[in-house]
Design a protein around this ligand. Sequence first.
Ligand code: ADP
Length: 163
Amino acid sequence: MRNHIAVYPGSFDPITYGHLDIIQRGLGVFDRIIVAVARNSEKKSLFTTSERLEMIRQTVGDDPRIKVDTFDGLLVDYVLAQGARVILRGLRAVSDFEYEFQIAQMNHTVREEVETLFMMTSVPYGYLSSSIVKEVAHLNGPIDSFVPPPVKRALEEKLGKRR
Ligand code: ADP
C-alpha cells in the first residue's frame, strides 16, 4: 500500500486556524502531513524557530499522522529526503497566486519529480494570515477566532514584553 506524504512548508509565525484547516483537510487526502517550518526564511519573524515549532506541536497534539519539523536549504531536497513527492500549499486571495506560481514553477524546474498542490482556503479563513493576527494582537484586538489558545498566550506574552 502506498503511503502518501505531503510536506506543508511555511513560516508559521505563528500558526493560525487557517494553517490548521489546511493540515486537517490535507489529512483527508494524504496519509501523513509533515509541517515544515522554514529556518532560513528571509522574512524577519516575531517568534524563534523553536517557539514556532512548540506552538505547532501544542496545537496539533500527538496525532501520529502529523510530523512537525524544520528545514533549511532547498525545500525540494528536504521533500525528497522525507520520502515525499508533494508540497502542499494553501491559497487565499489572488494576491497569493503570483508568488506561489513563481515558487512552484521554480521548485518543479529544480526537481521535476516534486509536485506542488494547492488547497483553497475555507471561507472563514480567506482573510486570515499570520501578519494580520500579529497586527491585531499588537493593537490589543481580540484574536480568539484566529489562533488556538497556546498561540494566543504566546502572542500576549511576546507582545506584552515588548510594550
Ligand atoms: P510562507 O512565508 O511560506 O508563505 P505562511 O506561514 O505565511 O508561510 O504560510 C504557509 C502556507 O499556508 C502558505 O501556503 C499559505 O498560503 C498558507 N496559508 C496561510 N494562511 C492561510 C489561510 N488562512 N488559509 C489557507 N492557507 C493559508
